[in-house]
Design a protein around this ligand. Structure first.
Ligand code: AMO
Length: 442
């Protein structure tokens, strides 16, 4: 045990401990008193330990334990004894029980209740919600997902960077900007590291990624929008087309799914989730084809309009039903739709089209990106078209005047990815302390 570990965890106790003294610590999940014998189910980070009190063995402890409120934190020192009845195969006969922190009653949220509480109550009491192993499993998987993403990108020679989250100008439209006071200036919370990751393409750090919060003042309450999400941003230089960018996105998904499957067997089992290898290469469905597929399934979307939540979902159903496909790109978005994405490169032969793409996972967009416009004149023209004040973007534009290679990249919503991977009904399930229009605490 490392020097800073002072309790033995349930998962560490084996037959080698039988007859030995240990100290365990955790929460009182349940107490049952059967007269001369009582049982305390003590839950630690990894499982549940049965502590058995025999009145005739130690009357004082037997009586002390009877009054401990549920969910209090206790330290128990005692002898480990093999037990046929205890679920873990052993029990602990205590020589001392210390109540470190007694829980108040009633609890604002039940931990072992069979009846599920609503999401708001759970989020208001997240620390209690997380005492359930199926909730903790989500966050262990999220951590492994990020680890898998980092491992992959690092193996491909991408450098991890950090860019400011307090910024002078937005990149994704004014409507979702959070204004803040910055000394005597006006500033915003970053919606995306877009301008910085492109800036870096002129620096020689030509394959970069960032994993950081992004902020959007999303006015509507949906199951896939939050005001603070984890954005995985990737940018790479000297590309030939958006295809190169899509290859990186595909590599991230394939390798992180494999990583999670290998590292999170127990958590996936707790959640009842099977992760299969996705079919590769991910199919590419052109925007025009997607519109046609939706039309022949009864959903009319005017050319140049967004597929919308309904369109994305139906396309996901069609891809699954017809082809058994969970992950696919939607490509060649029309310029009319991406016009507000001022940095998107338009097709050289047909300016009505961009090389922009989304990656959808079972009917939900999780990634969006493409090749950028790297020519100063064209870029500034596209910005003027969007009524942007070029002066506020000078730091960004400057880099395009002194040697900017062709480049592209994408933004990848980590929570949306985990939501879909684990088939969760609401993106908030994948955030410890979500932020949305109505929620600022905890
Ligand atoms: P976009 O705005 O499409 O693109 O965002 C990229 C991805 O981020 C996720 N996302 C969100 N997730 C949760 N809640 C939100 N409110 C939210 N908004 C976005 C989605 C989405 O696909 N700068 C570009 C990326 C680029 O071109 O590099 C951008 O931000 O999964």
């Amino acid at each position: 045990m490392p020097s800073w570990q002072h309790v033995t965890y349930s998962r560490e106790i084996s037959s080698e401990h039988y007859g030995q003294q240990v100290t365990v610590g955790g929460w009182v999940q349940d107490l049952r008193n059967l007269g001369g014998i009582s049982f305390l189910q003590l839950r630690d980070a990894y499982g549940v330990i049965q502590v058995t009190m025999l009145k005739k063995r130690n009357k004082e402890i037997f009586e002390q334990v009877a009054s401990i409120p549920r969910e209090s934190v206790v330290l128990v020192s005692g002898i480990v004894k093999e037990s046929k009845e205890a679920k873990a195969g052993y029990e602990i006969l205590p020589d001392s029980v210390t109540v470190v922190n007694a829980a108040e009653a009633p609890l604002p949220l039940g931990v072992v209740d069979k009846v599920g509480a609503d999401l708001d109550t759970r989020l208001n009491n997240r620390f209690l919600d997380l005492r359930k192993e199926e909730i903790r499993a989500i966050f262990k998987i999220k951590a492994r997902t990020l680890e898998g993403i980092r491992n992959y990108l690092t193996s491909q020679n991408f450098t991890e960077v950090s860019t400011p989250k307090i910024v002078a100008a937005g990149a994704e439209g004014g409507a979702t900007l959070f204004p803040i006071k910055y000394f005597d200036k006006n500033a915003y919370l970053a919606q995306s590291p877009q301008l910085y990751k492109q800036n870096l393409m002129a620096s020689g750090l030509d394959k970069i990624f960032e994993i950081a919060p992004a902020y959007r003042a999303e006015a509507s309450d949906t199951i896939r929008h939050i005001a603070e999400f984890t954005s995985l941003d990737v940018e790479l230089a000297f590309i030939k087309s958006s295809d190169d960018v899509m290859d990186v996105a595909e590599g991230i998904v394939v390798s992180s799914l494999k990583h999670v499957r290998e590292k999170c067997k127990k958590e996936l089992e707790i959640l009842g989730i099977d992760i299969e290898d996705p079919a590769i290469p991910f199919p590419k469905v052109k925007y025009d084809e997607a519109i046609e597929m939706l039309a022949s399934n009864g959903l009319k979307i005017a050319h140049g309009e967004d597929l919308g939540t309904e369109g994305e979902k139906l396309l996901g159903d069609i891809m699954m039903k017809d082809r058994g496909i969970e992950l696919y790109f939607i490509t060649e978005f029309p310029t009319s739709l991406k016009r507000s994405t001022f940095y998107a490169k338009r097709n050289d032969l047909n300016p009505e089209l961009t090389g922009y793409f989304d990656l959808d996972y079972r009917g939900q967009e999780i990634v969006s990106g493409g090749q950028r416009e790297h020519r100063y004149d064209v870029l500034s023209e596209q910005m003027r078209e969007n009524n942007l004040n070029l002066d506020s973007f000078e730091f960004y534009l400057k880099a395009f005047r002194y040697g900017m290679p062709p480049h592209g990249g994408f933004g990848f919503g980590v929570e949306r990815y985990v939501q879909k991977m684990l088939d969760l009904p609401n993106i908030r399930e994948t955030v410890l302390y979500p932020r949305d229009r109505l929620r600022l605490t905890p």
